[in-house]
Ligand binder design. Sequence first.
Ligand SMILES: [Cu+2]
Length: 143
Amino acid sequence: MGIGAMTRGAGALVSLALSAGTIAHPAAACPTAEQGFRRLASPEAEIAYRWAPPALKAGQFFTAEVVTCRTRWGEAVHDIKIDAAMPAHGHGMNYRPSAVAIAPGHYRFTGLMLHMPGTWRITIDLLQGGRHTRLTHEVDLSP
Ligand SMILES: [Cu+2]
């Protein structure tokens, strides 16, 4: 889940001026909690994300917006993938989401659905060159 208050001042807008492979102050480009975004971080990378609708429900389609805030290796992210599975049940989603880049480092996924209650593991893979970084996030959906 989010990691505390993410209030930032100026510079909260996604910058369109970042050139490929150059992320000088990536955190400044991260959307804030006021914009409805939460953070997901690992030692390698950090993203900001929000769901629409904000509360996930079993069997309901949702949209995910993801912004890359900090990435590994200093290379541009050229592709991003989102997936979800239930580790306890050994299955994934019944639908394949589609992705669109709406700005550099800013992506929208549609057609996501967690089709049953329980614990889901959502994975987001950032692809940079031939390498990828995975961020995971667990969601518990009540019946
Ligand atoms: Cu299941």
